[in-house]
Design a protein around this ligand. Sequence first.
Ligand code: ADP
Ligand code: MG
Length: 356
Amino acid sequence: MTTLSLEAVRAAIAQINEGGISLGDDRYVQDFTLRPDNIVGFAIRLPQISDPRRDPLINAAKTVIRDRFPEVKDVWVKVLEDPALAPPPNPAELPGTGKVRHILAVSSGKGGVGKTTVSVNLAVALADMGHKVGILDTDIYGPNVPLMFGLEDYRFTPDNFVEENGVMVVEPAFNYGVKIVSRTFTQYGSQPLPWRGPMLHGIIRQFLSAQIRWGELDYLIVDLPPGTGDAQMTLIQAIALAGALIVTTPQAVALLDAQKGLQMFLNMGVPVLGAIENMSYFVPPDLPDRRYDIFGSGGGHKTAETLGLPVLGCIPLEMALREGGDRGVPLVLSTPHSPAAQALCATAQAVREALP
Ligand SMILES: Nc1ncnc2c1ncn2[C@@H]1O[C@H](COP(=O)(O)OP(=O)(O)O)[C@@H](O)[C@H]1O
Ligand SMILES: [Mg+2]
């Protein structure tokens, strides 16, 4: 018989393992208490309250503790839910994503540089070229993909879910030839939700592991949240990326942030296909032959030099591009002959060629 102590209880259950969850791992087991009346308590954290491993783990722990420490009166186990503990899904095994040829992440060092505008127009341009395209909006802080597709009020309903090989899968929304999934679609009410950092992780994992019926796709474009924090890294780890695109504006500050973004991908072993320089120059609508190099970008030279990356496109500042975004009609469809639309189509072409 072992002397009863918190340490002894902890050691006694450390060998218990059920489906990858070890009670010796303090990510899963916490808050040990031993009350003066010999009641032992601890908390088990699981990805889901209803995790099938819950009861086997609790029963095994109780049996071991009672066997070793007959003086223990009772064992109280609290179960806590922590979605961040779910293992990252293997995208290849998710229904649908196995049939996706290229998953492309569109990222930016900071917000407001036009990442979503570029993602949406690239997706629509690729679809217009005859490809099967999907877009996954993972930027839950600024989810503008639905707005730019005119799907601001779209919500998944139970009708969007179908059973496939015994699992429930959701049918993406569809507009302008592109399949679209955004977390906004799962949200009721119009209030943005106050996700906190750690919470965000769990949400992202859940979101990625959500079974989405993409079907066959040539390109899946993933609009990442801006920046280089944990949320971005979790996402990047979880997705089998063919490559990343970095959207930046030519100003030095934006380029500095873009450099950090580039480094993050390189550190994680993700190939970066190139940069896209947005707000690269200005064409006055009434003087379409003029071209003002407002930020002195030299047609992408500064960006290419600073990042050491090929510049796959230079998109001008254009009022119609912003208006199209706000109106929910992407520019490449609404005004295909405008300089920005032409630049976006040329960029889509360059992205296509940058892929093996
Ligand atoms: N080339 C451009 N010309 C004019 N407005 C643009 C251009 N690129 C982006 N915008 C506008 O700038 C704002 C930020 O763009 P957005 O794509 O939402 O950036 P991000 O996703 O990087 O935060 C939006 O209002 C968008 O319409
Ligand atoms: Mg955005």
